[in-house]
Structures are given as C-alpha cells and as structure tokens.
Ligand binder design. Structure first.
Ligand SMILES: Nc1ncnc2c1ncn2[C@@H]1O[C@H](COP(=O)(O)OP(=O)(O)OP(=O)(O)O)[C@@H](O)[C@H]1O
Ligand SMILES: [Mg+2]
Length: 195
C-alpha cells in the first residue's frame, strides 16, 4: 500500500487543479445537500472551516447556516498545546492569520468544548468508503476528536471533499479517528449508524 505522504501529494494536486467554475458549483451544490439532509433541527452547533489549498469552499453553506440561526464555529490552533479549540464565527468576527496563514477568529473567548459540538464538518485530503480520513498530516483533528472513538453520541464527524477525493483504500494508523460520513458535491454518504 502507498504511504500517506504519497497519497496526500496526489490528492492535493488533484483538488488544486479543479477548474474555478466547477469549484463554485460544487460549493453551492454541497450546501444544498447538507441543508436538505439536516432534519434534526436541534443540531445547532456546527463546526466548519475556511478553505485553503484547493479545499472545497464552505462559504455558501456558512452563509445559509447563519441565516438559519445555527451557531457556527471555526477551529483555532492553540500554539502551546497544538490542540484545536472551536470559536464562534459570524459575519462580524474579527479575524487574524495563524501560523499556517489560515484565518482564525482573533478573540477566542466565545469557544465551546468539542463535546458540545453537534456536527463537525472537517476538511480532508482523501477519504475512502470505509470512513477513513487522510488530512493534511498534522493530526489536529485526530487529537481533538480522539474522545469520539468510544462515544456513541455527538459530535457527528463529517468529512467534506470533492467526490474525486474518494480513494480506493487509505492506510490507517492507530490514532486515526474514523468519519461518521462524508459530504461531497454529489451526496452525503453516511458510514456509521449515527443519526
Ligand atoms: N491522539 C493522538 N495522540 C498523539 N498524537 C497524535 C494523535 N493523533 C494524531 N497524532 C499525531 O499526528 C500525526 C499526524 O497524524 P496523521 O498523519 O493521521 O494526520 P492527518 O489525520 O492526515 O492530519 P489532520 O487530522 O491534521 O488533518 C501523527 O504522526 C501522530 O503523531
Ligand atoms: Mg489522521
């Protein structure tokens, strides 16, 4: 089996080369799919991300979530612990760039515990149909959601990707936290039996 590094390189290049108009259509289509699928209106705390490196852009979905009065959170890296915390995000949030050049809310006081998120939409480089996720390789999401491994309730971990980021079968390390589902521009695929 190929190494994570080789697979990562392949899928990062692939997603960066998707034409701009296809990217825009995918972002809008993904928003519609998510909103049509989310029947449980009590699931109001949703973590999203701001797209970098050719990741599928969640902004159309974020705008819709704001309009529907969801509480939207962004991951913020704690420089000392290298852990993610989740900080509330709205149209007037002041942002600043983190060590990777990714925008984060500047004021991190309005954060909540990862356990209190209902749904986490997480970026990924590749996924497979067994629910394995390959990220950018820093292990941030694996560390913060390690507790989900033996918890049968929330949060629901949903990877977000272009359909073309589906890999044959990914290598899995002991620390990799499996996904409950994947949201693409084509469908919402659920792997776990979670609601
Ligand atoms: N629960 C954990 N405890 C300790 N170290 C961890 C844990 N989870 C991940 N790591 C560390 O993170 C590193 C990167 O993990 P991995 O290659 O799975 O990244 P990734 O899932 O692709 O990245 P990311 O989750 O940031 O998108 C691993 O080498 C491992 O040392
Ligand atoms: Mg991992």
């Amino acid at each position: 089996m190929e190494t994570k590094a080789t697979i990562r390189q392949y899928y990062r290049t692939l997603r960066r080369h998707i034409p701009a108009e296809k990217k825009l259509l995918a972002s809008c289509s993904l928003a519609d799919i998510f909103l049509n699928a989310s029947r449980d209106k009590s699931q109001k705390n949703i973590a999203v991300y701001l797209a970098v490196d050719g990741e599928i852009n969640l902004q159309p979905l974020i705008n819709a979530l704001w309009q529907l009065q969801y509480n939207v959170f962004l991951p913020v890296i704690d420089i000392n612990t290298q852990m993610l915390s989740f900080v509330q995000y709205n149209a007037s949030t002041t942002m600043k760039k983190n060590q990777y050049g990714i925008e984060e809310p500047e004021n991190i006081s309005s954060n909540l515990l990862p356990e209190d998120l209902d749904i986490v939409l997480m970026p990924l480089v590749a996924f497979d149909l067994l629910g394995s996720r390959l990220g950018m390789g820093k292990g941030f999401y694996d560390r913060v959601f390690e507790f989900c491994r033996d918890k049968h309730n929330k949060p629901l971990l949903i990877g977000v990707a272009y359909a073309c980021q589906c890999a044959q079968q990914l290598p899995v390390d002991p620390w990799d936290v499996p996904l409950d589902g994947v949201l693409t521009e084509k469908e919402l695929l659920m792997f776990s039996g979670k609601p």
